[in-house]
Design a protein around this ligand. Structure first.
Ligand code: EPU
Length: 430
């Protein structure tokens, strides 16, 4: 078992470089299954969710060649297998994009139901709605999501999504890319990774318009050919470092960002008294004085991202006064609150609302990362806390943050990784 040991209470200074966006990569990599030729993809983040998808692509028959640390050549031309192995796919949410891509390419797919973070109810009815509308017969059987077109080509359709869903929007886009005729997705999600997926598919020969608005039109094409594409920087990774310096104090430069994608996070932190200077592709974030309270509601983009909710909560724990958090996307995203309380935070949760009464300081404690962003929130809290925090279950964090320990060390924080054997762990746990 691996844990992070953080000796906090030390301001952050220096520069950090943001990696490629996780939630773009986990859709773009499966979408290479649609392409007849080599896709050279740059700025791929080295995180465990990406490694899992690459291993699934290889098991399906993709040829993958490393060009450099963050660039791969992926050739799925010879893939024939339409069935995804159970164990790997169960570990990630994004396995549902493999479903859309295999169905789009072969008219047939057999993929285990997705796993991913436990954030409460995570239905896939809108994926089913989009994909069925294109003419596939979809069923869930024995833990697998299965579909077939019975040998006919998928047909474009007019689809109104009942909820704004990132996954259902992207999956329908992927499935409709090679369908016959026009597909219109209404009430589509608008996150930056949706635009990135559309740009990737278009650069390989697709015809997708309107990504980034709530109506996306996909005119089906007969074939995608290979090409070069570079994944956008990760909005949430950047936001997490913004939260880290806001909580711990100091001044850092965050490089390789698209400042526009960070508008809602920047606005909230400025409201709390943090200074943010935007350059073309970098930000300077500085916090010296006291933090002001703020109310934060999470919404689909361009609202404040739910994936930043635990990290902003960690900052609010140290702000003067009472702040209210409202979770507008997931049913259960406050599982970290008990762990924050171990560190001296005053946070009370009632359903989708959390009330945070700011405290003067947090103190280090042993805590457990219960999901990816909760773990990121614990790192933010630990960097600001006096004393030592030990974070367990950091595999959740490593699903989405490339080299987080070395990046934080580069900013002067005192963090290291400790690995204990299973035997030591069981003795300790006894
Ligand atoms: N929903 C439905 N039916 C569906 C799909 C979604 O009712 O078929 C509901 C969900 O229950 C939720 C809301 O719609 O209440 C939004 O869900 P969405 O489909 O947008 O989420 P997702 O695609 O499963 C992605 C990210 C999440 C991120 C959300 C919201 C990936 C792999 N995951 O999930 O990222 O929280 O969008 O932005 O892209 C993370 O990175 O930590 C993470 C959890």
């Amino acid at each position: 078992m691996t844990k992070y040991i953080i000796h906090g209470g030390k301001p952050l200074y220096g520069e950090v470089e943001i990696s490629g966006a996780k939630n773009a990569a986990v859709a773009i990599l499966p979408a290479t299954l649609l392409v007849d030729g080599v896709c050279r993809i740059e700025n791929i983040p080295q995180i465990s969710d990406v490694s899992l998808i690459l291993s699934i692509l290889k098991s399906l028959g993709a040829e993958i060649r490393t060009v450099d640390r963050t660039t791969l050549d992926i050739d799925c031309s010879n893939v024939q297998n339409r069935s995804v192995p159970y164990d790997a796919a169960r570990q990630i949410r994004a396995s549902y994009y493999l479903f859309g891509a295999l169905l789009g390419r072969f008219g047939e797919a057999n993929v285990p139901l997705p796993g991913g973070c436990d954030l409460g109810n995570r239905p896939i009815d809108q994926h089913e709605k989009g994909i069925s509308a294109l003419g596939a017969q979809v069923q869930v059987q024995n833990g697998y999501f299965q579909a077939t077109t019975k040998g006919t080509r998928l047909q474009g359709a007019h689809i109104y999504l009942d909820v704004v869903s990132v996954g259902a929007t992207m999956n329908t886009m992927i499935t409709a890319t090679l369908a016959e005729g026009l597909t219109v997705i209404e009430n589509a999600a608008k996150e930056p990774h949706i635009v990135d997926l559309a740009n990737f598919l278009n650069s390989m020969g697709a015809n997708i318009m309107g990504a980034g608005t709530d109506v996306i039109k996909i005119r089906g094409v007969g074939r995608l050919a290979g090409g070069l594409y570079s994944i956008i920087p990760d909005q949430i990774e950047a936001g997490t470092y913004m939260a880290a310096v806001s909580a711990a104090g100091g001044e850092i430069t965050i490089k390789n960002v698209i400042p526009k994608h960070l508008d809602s996070i920047t606005a909230k932190l400025e409201e709390m008294g943090v200074t943010i200077i935007e350059n073309d592709d970098s930000l300077i974030v500085k916090r010296e004085g006291a933090l002001n309270k703020s109310n934060v509601k999470t919404y689909p983009y361009p609202g404040f991202p739910t994936d930043m909710q635990p990290q902003i909560a960690a900052v609010l724990c140290l702000a003067e006064g009472t702040s209210i958090l409202t979770e507008g996307v997931w049913d259960n995203r406050y599982r970290y609150a008990d762990e924050f309380r171990r560190m001296g935070a005053n946070i009370q949760v009632d359903g989708k609302i959390a009330v945070v009464e700011g405290v003067k300081s947090l103190t280090g404690a042993p805590v457990t990362a219960c999901d990816l962003r909760a773990g990121a929130g614990m790192i933010v809290a630990a960097l600001a806390a006096n004393g030592t925090t030990e974070i367990e279950h950091v595999y959740h964090i490593e699903r989405g943050y490339e080299d987080i320990v070395s990046k934080l060390r580069q900013l002067g924080s005192n963090i290291h990784v400790e690995t204990i054997t299973d035997e030591e762990w069981h003795v300790g746990a006894g």
